[in-house]
Design a protein around this ligand. Sequence first.
Ligand SMILES: Nc1ncnc2c1ncn2[C@@H]1O[C@H](COP(=O)(O)OP(=O)(O)O)[C@@H](O)[C@H]1O
Ligand SMILES: [Mg+2]
Length: 248
Amino acid sequence: MADVVLQADAITAGYNRVAAIRDFSLTVERGEVIALLGPNGAGKTTSLLSMVGLIDLMGGSVTALGREVTSRRTTSLVRAGLMLVPDDRGVFADLTVREHFRMARAKPSKTREQFVLDRFPALRNLQSRKAGLLSGGEQQMLAIGKALLAEPKILLIDEMSLGLAPIIVQEMLPGIRDLAKDEGIAVVLVEQHVALALSVSDRAIVLNHGRIVLEGSAAQLLKEQGRVESAYFGANEFADTAHESLPA
Ligand SMILES: Nc1ncnc2c1ncn2[C@@H]1O[C@H](COP(=O)(O)OP(=O)(O)O)[C@@H](O)[C@H]1O
Ligand SMILES: [Mg+2]
C-alpha cells in the first residue's frame, strides 16, 4: 500500500452536529481515478470537504500525503498538493484567464504554464478573456488548468460539469484520466454523468443518504449499470438508520 496518498477511515461528518455522511471510507492510490457517485443530497460534497479539512469530523480520520487532515492543516496540505476544485469551479467572473493563472501559484513557472496550456490548448487564445465570458466548457478547463498549475498530487473534483451538456463532459473527462495516469495524480471525481464517469475511472463508490451503498471496479459497474441505478433509486433497503434528518 506504499502508493496510497489519500485515506478516509470511517469518517462521520455533517452540519450543526447532524451527520450528513456516516462511516465513509476510501483509499486512493497515486494515479487512480475514483468516481464518487450518488443522487443529490447523498453526501458527495460533504465527503470531499471532509477530506480536505473544510468541515470538522464527528468521527473517523483522514490521512492525505502521509499527514492527518485537520482544519488547522488545510493550508499546508494544499501547499503539499491536496487540491479541491469546488462545484462552482472556483473561478472569478471578473478576472481574466491570465489573472487566474497568475493567482494559482505563489511562484510563477513558465514551464508549468506551458504544460497546462498544452493540455488545454483552447485556453491559449483566451488569456485576456474574463472568466465570466467563457463558455461552461472553457470555464471547466480553466478550473482544472488552474488547479494543475499548482502541481497537485491529489485532485478532488466536485461536479465540475454541473449544468454542462454531456458532450462537453465527454470531451473533458478523458483528459482528466490521462492526467491522473501521466502525472500520477490521485483523482476523486464527483460526477452526475454516471456512465461517462465510470468510463474514465478505475473504481467507483455510490453514496446514498450519507452512506456508501455500492462500490467496485468501474469497468464492472459499467457492465452492471442496473446495480448502480438501484443504488441511486432503490436505496431504502440500505438506508435504514442512515440519516434521521433527511426528508423521507
Ligand atoms: N451547509 C450546510 N448546512 C446544513 N446542511 C447541509 C449543508 N450542506 C449540505 N447539507 C446537507 O447535507 C446533506 C449532504 O449534502 P451534500 O454533501 O451537499 O450532498 P451532494 O453533494 O451529494 O449533493 C444533505 O442533506 C444536505 O442538505
Ligand atoms: Mg454536491
